[in-house]
Design a protein around this ligand. Structure first.
Ligand code: ADP
Ligand code: ASP
Ligand code: MG
Length: 455
């Protein structure tokens, strides 16, 4: 079986974790003697991206010295991991590369600190350090343990537009490069090791795909190579019936459909980046979620039909800290063109809305990225009354069975008895029920729904 194997931040957090990855990849190689080696995609080591973003914040407030110190500490952490995995000439080379990349970014940050802001392009170059460093160390660790492997610069492979911090891949250009730079190595019997999350524009400027984007990179490479399976190795056994940080003992969901996985990822199941499923759907490639600490567990398999056996919901998800925007116009709501005008404003300020409900005189939407909300609101006020309510959340119950069994909807609403529900909606696909409620009520709501459907 030909696969792409993506290892997330905790799966490459330190030398022990990277050794586990070598073991997992070696078993994959041994178990598939006549197949091609896997492509290995890695995230930055655990917490590194967060630290780099903190460095950027310090740079933005002009504190170049603390930013430089933080980068020096991060470099030290990477070199320490490299030292426990690699030695000799290879270690000297690796240390020089890491040191050079960190030094270049430290110099850039000093420049940005002087002008008091880091432009989006500078942000992407900075945070790319994490994936560049982890992938270089991982590739060297494979070589040190005699796994034939080669480091490939993701920025030479994944071609994107110039929308920094949330770039969109150019699939044609990326697939051509993937076949040339990754496919050829695989055909030659080597394991290509490549950083996730990062890419570059056609002219070579570094970009990133958005937080958690390594899953997306893995799916893009997998689709381009037409692999048999895209594996997402992480720190939980698979897709669980709810976020384990919110609900006590969620259960493993062994099978999911692409559509269910998309809904769950979009509405907050962080185990999968929401865009991951798109390339997999386009090529009908199964996605499997696996635990790198417990590789013997079969995990979750996501496929086109992906039906589980249960006659209930599949899983819950929640997206916290959203804002509800109520747009009211007694004069205009039912006049045609009103909704178009409303959504044009959101479009103009590139602000995505998740849940939409309408009444006779108002339309309510939820927004999870408030960055340009002030602009949106002031433009909407040209033709409507607008009220915003922050600190809200979306709780979403997902399952193909919702279509077949209308009582599930009633049971879900009943489970939330006395929790104030701000908006309720069931999508046309009838694959999910969405509740908008106060963020403070999320733990209670999630646990009640989980108790009603999964225990
Ligand atoms: P990685 O670094 O491997 O990409 P992430 O932290 O991005 O890992 O995603 C894994 C985490 O997603 C889990 O540790 C868990 O806390 C969280 N999570 C949220 N919802 C779910 C869910 N429904 N099933 C499994 N994990 C979930
Ligand atoms: N390192 C990036 C992040 O933390 C991408 C990823 O882990 O998928 O967002
Ligand atoms: Mg992730």
């Amino acid at each position: 079986m030909n696969v792409v194997m993506k290892f997330g931040g905790t799966s490459v957090a330190d030398a022990d974790a990277m050794n586990r990855v070598v073991g997992i990849v070696r078993r994959q190689l041994d178990g598939s003697l006549d197949d091609k080696p896997p492509v290995v995609v890695v995230s930055a080591m655990s917490k590194v991206t967060d630290r780099l973003i903190e460095t950027e914040r310090l740079t933005g407030i002009g504190d170049a010295d603390r930013a430089a110190q933080m980068l020096a500490d991060l470099l030290e952490r990477h070199i320490a991991v490299a030292r426990s995995l690699v030695d000799g000439e290879a270690l000297v080379r690796l240390t020089a590369q890491l040191t050079g990349e960190f030094a270049a970014q430290t110099a850039s940050m000093r420049g940005f600190a002087a002008r008091g802001d880091v432009p989006p392009r500078g942000h992407d170059a900075l945070v790319a350090l994490g994936e560049l460093a982890s992938s270089r160390i991982m590739a060297a660790a494979f070589a040190a343990q005699r796994v034939p492997s080669v480091w490939v610069d993701a920025r030479a492979v994944l071609v994107t537009d110039a929308e920094h911090t949330a770039a969109t891949p150019d699939m044609d250009a990326t697939c051509a490069r993937t076949r040339e730079l990754l496919g050829a190595r695989v055909a030659a019997g080597e394991v290509p090791v490549v950083g996730g999350f990062i890419g570059a524009t056609a002219s070579g400027v570094t970009t990133t795909l958005g937080r958690g984007g390594s899953d997306y990179s893995a799916a893009i490479f997998g689709a381009c190579l037409g692999v048999d399976e895209i594996q997402i190795w992480t720190d939980v056994d698979g897709m669980l019936t709810a976020d384990p940080r919110v609900v006590g003992r969620p259960k493993l969901v062994p099978q999911l459909s692409f559509a269910e996985a998309s809904e769950l990822a979009y509405f907050g199941a962080k185990v999968l980046h929401p865009s991951t499923i798109l390339p997999a759907v386009a090529k009908n490639i199964p996605v499997r979620i696996l635990n790198s600490r417990r590789p013997m567990v079969t995990g979750t398999i996501i496929t086109a039909d992906g039906r589980g056996d249960g006659a209930t919901l599949t899983a819950l998800a929640c997206k916290r800290g959203v804002t509800v925007v109520d747009i009211t116009s007694t004069r205009m709501l039912m006049a045609h063109g009103f909704l178009r005008r409303v959504f044009e404003v959101f479009e103009r300020f590139k602000t995505a809305v998740d849940v939409v409900t309408t009444s006779e005189v108002s339309v309510s939407v939820t927004v999870d990225n408030p960055r340009r909300l002030d602009d949106v609101v002031s433009n909407l006020r040209n033709f409507a009354d607008v009220a915003c309510e922050p600190d809200m959340a979306i709780v979403c119950a997902v399952g193909e069975n919702l279509r077949a069994d209308p009582t599930l909807f009633t049971r879900a609403v009943a489970a939330l008895d006395r929790i104030p529900l701000r908006l309720v909606s069931q999508a046309a696909s009838r694959r999910n029920i969405t509740f908008v409620l106060r963020d403070a009520d999320v733990p209670e709501a999630m646990n009640r729904l989980h108790g009603a459907f999964f225990s």
